[in-house]
Design a protein around this ligand. Structure first.
Ligand code: PMP
Length: 432
């Protein structure tokens, strides 16, 4: 059964729908908001927004602590969300799903609670050159703390992890391999299965940053057989401030707690010291983001069926938009894609000959078009590609072909205006 309809899907996002509605009321055809920054954060569907409100209005209470009914209700919804996530990523046990603030915190937990305790001078950590800073800086910090060394896996000309190079990078010295399932700039589905197999062959622990992957296709952590998998709710139609650290139980059990405080303990005594709570609570010190977790469950309910639908009409529609946008951009002479070929998901990065990224993004914003410009938290990738930044259009299946057409028209006009301005000022300079 085809359960995805682009039109109905779009209508479920109040922020987008309110803009569409105001156009209908004004009898205007010009889009007033085109949101092409979905890799930064997606918009939220009505059911996620309503759910968060519903919790605060109807059963706001702290979880796991009190014996009153309100708390039981909140705890039930909170733990049900954990089971949903377990099912969503195919984890073996609910104890392997740890709530964090987001992917960044998830990586920091692995780094400080595990890597810091096992790395010794000369050990190696392999990461890909296209990683987000969230999957670079924590490793640099722990390398500094332990004397371990970071080795960088290159990418191919089409922007994928270069698996031909991993034999040269991953060796018996490698203790951790950390890489993104999909880079937030390149939009390529990395061959992480091959990377994981190679890492295993030398006994290295694998940390997969799935932040850009989970909204686009179904992920099964048991089939991948990775040791850790991290992601953030806000990139998959869920709230900000909540994320997931999936880890194999054997690792999580051996790991030291990340933070100390309430909830993560079994007993605390001045004379006997502290004993820690069992999984997953050992890693969840303090009052968690209860509303965020409960609303996150709604985004899983919203997205999960679209990703597992046999017709894959959600994924196919996204790919249709990507192909359409890529081909339209390709026809503009000044566009330089930062890597070769159409991306695998709705992330298209490019520069424009003779124009500053930031100026273009600002001009597009005056037309209501939101795209991202800059280094995209991937400065090593920018250095590798010998650019100081780029523009990124990131699409979601609530975007439309009409929006892409409008964006392309605006971009062409801006380029023309800027070129005329530039040549006018050159003429002025010549005259002076
Ligand atoms: N990894 C990747 C690939 C990302 O795109 C991002 C967010 N841009 C992160 C990690 C960090 O996610 P968060 O800021 O939600 O922790």
């Amino acid at each position: 059964m085809n359960i995805f309809s682009p039109h109905l899907f779009r209508q479920q996002f109040p922020l987008i729908e309110s803009h569409d509605q105001s156009l209908i009321e004004k009898d205007d055809l010009m889009p007033s908001l085109i949101y092409f920054d979905n890799a930064a954060t997606t918009q939220k569907p009505r059911q996620v927004i309503d759910c968060q409100q519903h919790y605060y209005r109807n059963f706001n209470a702290n979880v796991h602590r009190a014996s009153h009914q309100l708390s039981s209700k909140a705890t039930f919804a909170f733990e049900k969300a954990r089971s949903l996530v377990q099912g969503f990523i195919g984890a073996k046990s609910v104890k392997e799903v740890i709530w964090t603030k987001g992917a960044t915190e998830s990586i920091n937990v692995v780094v400080q609670s595990l890597a810091r305790n096992i790395l010794i001078p000369g050990d190696e950590i392999a990461i890909c050159v296209s990683e987000h800073h969230a999957n670079i800086v924590p490793w640099q910090i722990v390398a500094e703390q332990t004397g371990a060394v970071i080795k960088v896996i290159p990418i191919t000309e089409s922007g994928y992890i270069d698996v031909d190079e991993i034999d040269n990078i991953i060796s018996d010295k490698t203790k951790f391999v950390a890489c993104a399932h999909i880079s937030n700039v390149l939009g390529r589905i990395n061959p992480i299965e091959q990377v994981i197999v190679k890492a295993k062959s030398v006994g290295a622990i694998t940390v997969i940053d799935g932040t850009q992957a989970v909204a686009h296709f179904s992920v099964n952590v048991q089939s991948l057989d990775c040791d850790f998998y991290v992601f953030s709710a806000h990139k998959m139609y869920g709230p900000t401030g909540i994320g997931v650290l999936y880890g194999k139980k054997k690792h999580l059990e051996s790991m030291a707690p990340y933070q100390g405080g309430g909830e993560m303990i079994k007993t605390v005594s001045f004379t006997q010291g502290t004993t820690f709570n069992s999984l997953p609570f050992k890693f969840e010190a303090g009052t968690p983001n209860i509303a965020g977790v409960i609303a996150f469950a709604e985004s899983i309910k919203f997205l999960g069926p679209l990703l597992t639908d046999v017709s894959n009409s959600y994924g196919l529609f996204e790919q249709k938009l990507v192909n359409y946008c890529y081909q339209a951009l390709d026809k503009i002479a000044q566009v330089n894609f930062i890597v070769e070929g159409t991306p695998d998901i709705g992330v298209i990065a490019f520069t424009l000959t003779g124009h500053h990224n930031h100026d273009i993004a600002m001009s597009l914003d005056t037309h209501g078009i939101a795209i991202r410009s800059g280094h995209h938290c991937a400065m090593p990738l920018m250095a590798y590609l010998k650019i100081d930044g780029c523009l990124r259009v990131s699409l979601a299946p609530y975007n439309t072909v009409t929006e892409i057409d409008y964006f392309i028209d605006c971009l062409k006009n801006i380029l023309l205006e800027e070129t005329i301005e530039q040549s006018n000022s050159r003429v002025k300079e010549d005259v002076l």
